[in-house]
Design a protein around this ligand. Sequence first.
Ligand SMILES: CC(C)(COP(=O)(O)OP(=O)(O)OC[C@H]1O[C@@H](n2cnc3c(N)ncnc32)[C@H](O)[C@@H]1OP(=O)(O)O)[C@@H](O)C(=O)NCCC(=O)NCCS
Length: 179
Amino acid sequence: MRIDVVREPDVPPAIDAAIMRLQQRAFPKTESFARSRYYTHTARQGDFRVLAWLDEAPVGQVVVMWANARAGAQNLRLAGLGNVCSDPDHRKEHAASACIERALELARQEDGDGALLFCGASLEKFYARFGFEIVSNEVFFTHPDGTIFRRNHRDIRMGLMLKDQPWPAGDLYLDTEDF
Ligand SMILES: CC(C)(COP(=O)(O)OP(=O)(O)OC[C@H]1O[C@@H](n2cnc3c(N)ncnc32)[C@H](O)[C@@H]1OP(=O)(O)O)[C@@H](O)C(=O)NCCC(=O)NCCS
């Protein structure tokens, strides 16, 4: 298995098509993946995607979307992890884990303070393997027009500090729309 990093948003068309195939297989209920490799938003310069390749097809991935976050007086550079998946025919082959490990390593190198993700409660133990813990902060995102909104869904929030400092307390305000 080969692990590669592609820089968003300028992904070559052939890789874009391969990512869409992987995502449609891994997230069959998410209709938007039939139209775009993004869930609801578009990645920004500096964001990146880690892909696990097998026989010239991606079988695992994670996307890292950077956000500037504010918690009280504290400012943080947060790596938002999204679109974590592996191909249904290649589950439990460590494709997703290898991508997450590479993504966290690169996020540390690129001066990330911490990493944040949203997931279903059944995945808590999976992400705990990488050091993520459930966090209780309310998380607010920002639309491109500047409107701030609270992400409102049933997922749990999990955070991991990438530097030797505690996870921030209180409400978290992110300058991105989603991840
Ligand atoms: C969740 C998902 C990414 C796991 O992918 P995977 O390729 O099977 O994961 P890996 O092979 O890297 O798993 C590494 C280890 O975690 C374990 N693991 C996998 N899913 C797990 C889960 N839901 N809970 C606990 N452990 C889990 C594996 O058994 C494996 O254990 P081992 O090291 O003892 O062999 C995959 O099931 C998937 O794509 N699901 C659909 C999309 C999805 O829900 N994505 C998450 C969005 S937040």
